[in-house]
Design a protein around this ligand. Structure first.
Ligand SMILES: NC(=O)c1ccc[n+]([C@@H]2O[C@H](COP(=O)([O-])OP(=O)(O)OC[C@H]3O[C@@H](n4cnc5c(N)ncnc54)[C@H](O)[C@@H]3O)[C@@H](O)[C@H]2O)c1
Length: 341
């Protein structure tokens, strides 16, 4: 493994809870960190034994070795101002979303192209250990022809903890369902089109919509469906957070415990059911080592370090995910077929 040095730009919640634990677990070399809030950078550096705290991103670009990967985890709204700071030809991993809308995504892609960056976007759910296992089974033909992908989330997410979200015109699809849109694209590529409805919650009226129904249209035989409700505050009993694949010979169901019983979470599960003509079949549980947070973050950075293993996570590919998000919001605005009684 190449184990290139990593410098973190941003020392916020996601860096502390996922990036750094992931890199520690994988034995990767984090050589430096910087944040507009120097105290935060100092504190995190101390906690995770990061030896260099740079005064600014500019300082980081001057002092970091040439083969450094700059791992950016700052609000999407700041990306366009930040990116020109890096030297031409730099290698970047950029946290999702890729800007706050399609216009910004286009600008980000252009800056990366003009400056000759090798730049990926960190849509890490593609690399969650359970998803990797499912992908292998699907590629090996174990569940036959894949024709149905469903993501369903019924949880209580205390969005008010992220006060910046109140100022955002777009919340649920842009910040959350985007993971599922990207994940489905990683299996089936771009859909023909998107149909979506995203709805506010009566107790979260100071924020944009937090419940979404998204259909990614892959034609008459394949179905891809995302349903999210982040306002289910009635205890754990009926909370759900699952990804299900159905094929002509079997099915796989993954439960992501991370989102449920917030902030404690619950355990993940991975089950599959392979049909047989000869015997009764049933669901089988499989123990999978690792979970979305932090393990999937290892996959994102290794994908950038090890070109042989590469899945296309470039800004060019991520732009397509942003285009799906844009289509979902446009669909939400467009007129429906009226019901004539
Ligand atoms: N699963 C995921 O992929 C996932 C989960 C959570 C957050 N995120 C994304 O990660 C990003 C950061 O989220 P967070 O929860 O850590 O936010 P946060 O508010 O906790 O931290 C962001 C940090 O960035 C710093 N910052 C802002 N602009 C900067 C700049 N120009 N230079 C250096 N530092 C700067 C801020 O001072 C702050 O410390 C967001 O884009 C968010 O959408 C992704």
């Amino acid at each position: 493994m190449s184990n290139r040095p990593i410098v973190l730009i941003g020392a916020g919640g996601i860096v502390e809870s996922a990036h750094l634990p992931a890199y520690q677990k994988a034995g990767l070399k984090v050589i430096g960190i910087t944040d507009l809030d120097q105290q935060k950078a100092q504190d995190i550096a101390k906690k995770f034994n990061v030896s260099n705290v740079y005064d600014s991103v500019h300082q980081a670009t001057i002092h970091a070795p040439e083969d450094t990967i700059f791992d950016i985890a700052i609000p999407a709204s700041e990306l366009i101002d930040l990116l020109p700071t890096f030297q031409n030809g730099a290698t970047l991993l950029i946290q999702k979303p890729m800007g706050e809308n399609i216009k910004q995504a286009r600008q980000i892609e252009q800056i990366c192209r003009q400056k000759g960056f090798t730049a990926n976007v960190n849509f890490q759910l593609r690399f969650a250990p359970q998803v990797t296992e499912a992908r292998q089974m699907i590629n090996q033909g174990k569940i036959g022809e894949l024709h149905d992908i469903e993501m369903r989330v019924t949880v209580y997410t205390p969005w008010h903890l992220w006060d910046f979200l109140e100022k955002c015109d777009r919340v649920e699809i842009l910040y959350h369902s985007i993971h599922y849109i990207d994940l489905i694209r990683s299996f089936w590529g771009n859909p023909i089109g998107i149909l979506a409805k995203t709805t506010k919650h009566p107790e979260m009226m100071n924020m944009a919509s937090s419940r979404s129904n998204i259909i990614m249209d892959y034609g008459d035989i394949k179905r891809a469906n995302i349903t999210t409700n982040h306002g289910h505050k009635y205890g754990l009993k009926h909370q759900e957070s699952y990804l299900k694949f159905e094929g002509t010979k079997g099915a796989i169901k993954i439960c992501f415990g991370l989102l449920m019983n917030y902030p404690k979470g619950t355990i993940d599960s991975f089950e599959y059911h392979i049909l047989s003509n000869k015997k009764e079949t049933e669901w089988i549980s499989k123990e999978i080592c690792g979970t979305w947070f932090p393990d999937a973050f290892i996959g994102s950075i290794l994908n950038l370090m090890e070109p042989k293993e590469q899945m296309d996570c470039t800004v060019t590919d991520a732009y397509e995910t942003m285009a799906c998000v844009e289509a979902a919001y446009q669909s939400n605005q467009s007129s429906l077929i009226p019901v004539n009684s």
